[in-house]
Design a protein around this ligand. Sequence first.
Ligand code: ATP
Length: 446
Amino acid sequence: MSTKVEMEKIVSLSRRRGFIFPSSEIYGGLSSCWDYGPLGVELKRNVKQAWWQAMVQERDDMVGLDASILMHPQVWIASGHVAGFSDPLVECRSCHQRWRSTDLKVTVCPACGGELTEPRQFNLMFKTFMGPTEADADVVYLRPETAQGMFVNFENVLNTTRKRLPFGIAQTGKSFRNEITTGNFIFRSREFEQMEIEFFVKPGTDKRWFEHWVNERFNWYLKLGMKKEHLRLRQHAKDELAHYARDCYDIEYLFPMGWSELEGIANRGDFDLVQHTKFSGKSLDYFDEETKERIVPYIIEPSAGVDRSFLAFLLDAYDEEPDKNETRTVLHFHAALAPYKVAVLPLSKREQLVTQAKKIYADLRPLWMTDYDDTQSIGRRYRRQDEIGTPLCVTIDFQSLEDNQVTIRARDTMEQIRVPINELKTILSAKLSGELLSNQPLWSAK
Ligand code: ATP
């Protein structure tokens, strides 16, 4: 199995099969904005669903939230984003291309060799105006992270649920950053989605919880089938830590351009609740029943990117395998992530077969995302499903009309078994959920 896939292959497969298209493509595209196509939207929903299931549904110490993208402008002053959420920008005096100076390994313009300006700080927040005037007083920002929505709702959640420390708030949603340099496909874009947790703990227990979350989040990727040798943890050096962070680990993935951040996990101490108390005038503290004291909780923040996870899962699943005299391209997605779980394929377009196949197709759709394909040879159709990562195919042939049995074919092993139609749902369910629950490699017929 290859360890490193070229990004070009993934970009081309994504385009060809409908995972990802350039935004506004008929107008020439919009720099570093992307549209998720029919297969991409399924994979993306599945990534978020797998996160929500493990982080919210299966835990007794977590609740969800969906805060608005536009927030009170004071939020971004309190958080430090207005003053400090910036990157050092340099511009080429000849070709006027702009670069993030920390990305540059040379002192001249990488595009034309021209002279560069001195760096100036460039704020990454997108600004817009609320209401009909464009006055400074009406400036609002598109959020550059989802986290602040959870900090400012700490008291609301505390007062409306029966949660006591330690507990967390989880949220997925869009964030926007006017990045100076983008690229590497969906790795760094200007509009992206995050999956963030703010976990509130008693001061003094924060180190233990920080460790818990680093492990928990690392294992989440492994459980969804990501290869261990493509993942690593990297602790931030003291001089690299953000101003609010006491400790921080990045989970890094071996992307084609090298090890890069997939997710950051930070111990933020009491920075956020103290800041918002100061700026809003509302106290955001917690009454500790044991000590009868009011305390300001510490926060552990695992912050992941949906699009980066999507890209890493796609790269990790991609393989080209020898198959007779050809090569088959296959996406070995974990069943929980696969856009389609099942494909129904009548062996030929003969009416009786199609009727039977469509009946089965209609029967499976309420249970799983199911595809249907009756064009070209069965071998070609298996390849098409392999290429989009469908774990199981169900084939209806002439024998099926006589014995009421169909063939199930597994993507990874290419093995086939025959099963009675009236047991099909139960067997498919066992094969699929077997993997969902046990995290075993995809089902083999043996
Ligand atoms: P980077 O240094 O790579 O720009 P960051 O350290 O600024 O990332 P965080 O602010 O920690 O990122 O954001 C948390 C997560 O959100 C990141 O780990 C990443 O998965 C995702 N993310 C951040 N910026 C982008 C972006 N421009 N495009 C896609 N995903 C992003």
